[in-house]
Design a protein around this ligand. Sequence first.
Ligand SMILES: Nc1ncnc2c1ncn2[C@@H]1O[C@H](COP(=O)(O)OP(=O)(O)OP(=O)(O)O)[C@@H](O)[C@H]1O
Ligand SMILES: [Mg+2]
Length: 1064
Amino acid sequence: MDECGSRIRRRVSLPKRNRPSLGCIFGAPTAAELEPGDEGKEEEEMVAENRRRKTAGVLPVEPDDSEVDMFGDYDSFTENSFIAQVDDLEQKYMQLPEHRKHATDFATENLCSESIKNKLSITTIGNLTELQTDKHTENQSGYEGVTIEPGADLLYDVPSSQPIYFENLQNSSNDLGDHSMKERDWKSSSHNTVNEEPPHNCIEQPQQNDESSSKVRTSSDMNRRKSIKDHLKNAMTGNAKAQTPIFSRSKQLKDTLVSEEINVAKKTIESSSNDLGPFYSLPSKVRDLYAQFKGIEKLYEWQHSCLTLNSVQERKNLIYSLPTSGGKTLVAEILMLQELLCCRKDVLMILPYVAIVQEKISGLSSFGIELGFFVEEYAGSKGRFPPTKRREKKSLYIATIEKGHSLVNSLIETGRIDSLGLVVVDELHMIGEGSRGATLEMTLAKILYTSKTTQIIGMSATLNNVEDLQKFLQAEYYTSQFRPVELKEYLKINDTIYEVDSKAENGMTFSRLLNYKYSDTLKKMDPDHLVALVTEVIPNYSCLVFCPSKKNCENVAEMICKFLSKEYLKHKEKEKCEVIKNLKNIGNGNLCPVLKRTIPFGVAYHHSGLTSDERKLLEEAYSTGVLCLFTCTSTLAAGVNLPARRVILRAPYVAKEFLKRNQYKQMIGRAGRAGIDTIGESILILQEKDKQQVLELITKPLENCYSHLVQEFTKGIQTLFLSLIGLKIATNLDDIYHFMNGTFFGVQQKVLLKEKSLWEITVESLRYLTEKGLLQKDTIYKSEEEVQYNFHITKLGRASFKGTIDLAYCDILYRDLKKGLEGLVLESLLHLIYLTTPYDLVSQCNPDWMIYFRQFSQLSPAEQNVAAILGVSESFIGKKASGQAIGKKVDKDIVNRLYLSFVLYTLLKETNIWTVSEKFNMPRGYIQNLLTGTASFSSCVLHFCEELEEFWVYRALLVELTKKLTYCVKAELIPLMEVTGVLEGRAKQLYSAGYKSLMHLANANPEVLVRTIDHLSRRQAKQIVSSAKMLLHEKAEALQEEVEELLRLPSDFPGAVASSTDKA
Ligand SMILES: Nc1ncnc2c1ncn2[C@@H]1O[C@H](COP(=O)(O)OP(=O)(O)OP(=O)(O)O)[C@@H](O)[C@H]1O
Ligand SMILES: [Mg+2]
């Protein structure tokens, strides 16, 4: 607590003073007291991962995995003519006279129409990614310079667990280690696990919640109750009338079911104390879809309790918190479906990373197609602001934190915020993490302030100070300790394993001695006994090894493979060859030498140095058991569902920082995921010197989360105030102060910034923005004594706000663009690229001067002219390359920025990340990150220019540049890559097989795709087709909406009001 407070105190170095009088606040501006440039420095290392995720100084800049091929969740079951059928149905339905009166009925008609009866047969693979861009890291100790060939005959070095495993292997039949078998076995025995709840069905006859087992706190909003009841009643009647599609059931069964549903519905209406339909007021089809897509047959008891809480039914805001893998997502999804289908409102779901957004899009598109709602992606460069107004169907926006904020801004601006019925925030604890946390806080605070009807639901596994969050969100709280698969925690010190035991005096009890037989070489190479630990598990089960740095991941992967016996090579040999072939394919013939050595053993590293395509492919192979060991950074720590019987933490450090309890919990929480594993265990490896700190780590409570709104100065409070005034949410001092009282910071202000009042903070920030020329103050004299200070946004302020430019850079951006007007070199793209290279990546860039010089000397005269205009000369670079002293002072930021522009320029010309990576000696994941960051910043600069008349000339140029940067592929592939999860490699294959447009993909037959496209699984093919259908349908709907809008009589048409009144 104190630590956080002092951090803020250091950053916001406002002079201590009493509450200033209104008159003096804005009267005589003084130099800014807040330094915009120095926030973020203190916790650089600590939140390195987090910070690097947002590359540019703008909101929409996302992690580099925006193009991850996310088809890993389930099969789709739509048929080719689906869109035509849905359209027909819609047309028919539109003609029904009652249609407009009973919007809910439309949903159920549509839901249950014969035309969309599915043909699916499905399974789920909880396949997942997440990404972060962590910094290229320093070498960690150990494992460097290992020269022994992998798989060399070192069997004498093999820990005893290996021979035991291979003995078993020989004794057993071929299916040992077969993942599908494994899965089947696990599933069939899953209800025997320790924590598994007894079977129960909470579906047909929902009970009143017994809240005794859970913790519910109240603070209420009763007025919503009535309307939601009505909605639910309507929906339920509709549901009851609706027919349940037959997946594989007989007609008789279907009829029985329908009549049962009608009876249940009737009874419920009659008794009317509990307005629930067949499946939590949803059609029973939803339940069937969950069974078919996700293999979820029944809800856990806590899920049922939570869904039937009175407070939830009354639409109060809710925070719920359960251990990792507790099944939190399902509750949120059911509530979202209720909102979309029963309440007929749009829903926003905010997720932390681009890859997780894409996974959700893939996972929910088929639900959307089946149930009649749109699933729209707001991540990376995707998303429309404001969103397309839909005629009938509702939209589920799935967004990253940054895009979610922009979306909410655009809805407020266009007066449509009330159309948003529900906002769900996953991993709510992220509100306490850096500028992303501040952005999330702003988003939620704006919703709370502007919409009385939007419900907010937040969930997390790692919350401590829930009261603060409850107060901020005016929310109820539900919690339970349920985890379907037991997670056992162990510590390893030397060769002893201890079990974490809260009842023991020092928090741990002796468990066992590690069973291993090490040669001297192995002892030296593997002092932590990693080989012994992993070989107790692999290859039959999966294992994640979290490492402190990227380099360490690679070293550990190689080291382990060097000591694995050759027998491991035989395990799933063919499949592993396929993985290598596929990797080579997506790398245009290139293959990472480390992966080339480790994959044959079933081992791979996983971190942000890989491209998103590579990561996706490796995750797919890991999920299906082809790979059995990932060495990874904390990039795989939150919210992901990958198999892991055992999670090993190689050291209690992330980069150089000691592990926090929240991080520890999230990492170990990847073990024993429900539906994938039946057991889970974690082993934290530690040295004696860290013992005391680790014992504290395993016993202390989770860290509190604190608001970063004020700490993240230009990306926090400054941005907030500018948008409050720009959007006219609050435009005078009192209202802005009132708004601040309702923020998370407002709740915690006394803890976070003791020496300054909220009023002072508000006043100081407004003054800063005014001094910076982003706001203008208007003084209104209400009476002789009373003065009101109103604000309006200046042109520069609006441009910065619209472009979501980090206010630390808005001045320099303006200056750079202005200078560009004097002599923009348009003979090549270099100059334009320079102008859109994100400022905040520049400080992390350390040019390799030799490479810089080589690249420089290859420039054409026109390109060299760009450098000259920017003040960077060849002689300067030459001197740097040869280590000579530099006399003249040169702006380092410009030189570095130009270097990054060279990288991007080369990439746009060659479109091959591998060759550029080699040329500039940079990790390919970093280059991909740079590209996505620049694409995003380019679109921000475009919005900036749109608001400033003097920059009109840039507009057309930036539209095209943004497109080029976004896809960085040949133009013909762009339409295919619009489909969620279709990456360049796949797009190329599809294109050359004749699938040249979205329409081609939407009408493709998945079976034919599987036959004609190499390395494409049936599941992936079905997902591609269903995502393409969803996108096509969305586009068609948007066009229809546009047509209707064009043909509609304007509401303010002269005489229109009069004539309608006349008629009445
Ligand atoms: N009622 C259920 N029956 C069977 N499996 C379930 C049920 N509910 C959820 N699951 C499965 O449990 C797994 C974990 O669920 P989920 O991802 O929602 O966990 P979580 O609580 O969000 O965990 P984390 O905090 O780590 O993100 C998923 O694979 C999900 O499909
Ligand atoms: Mg989760």
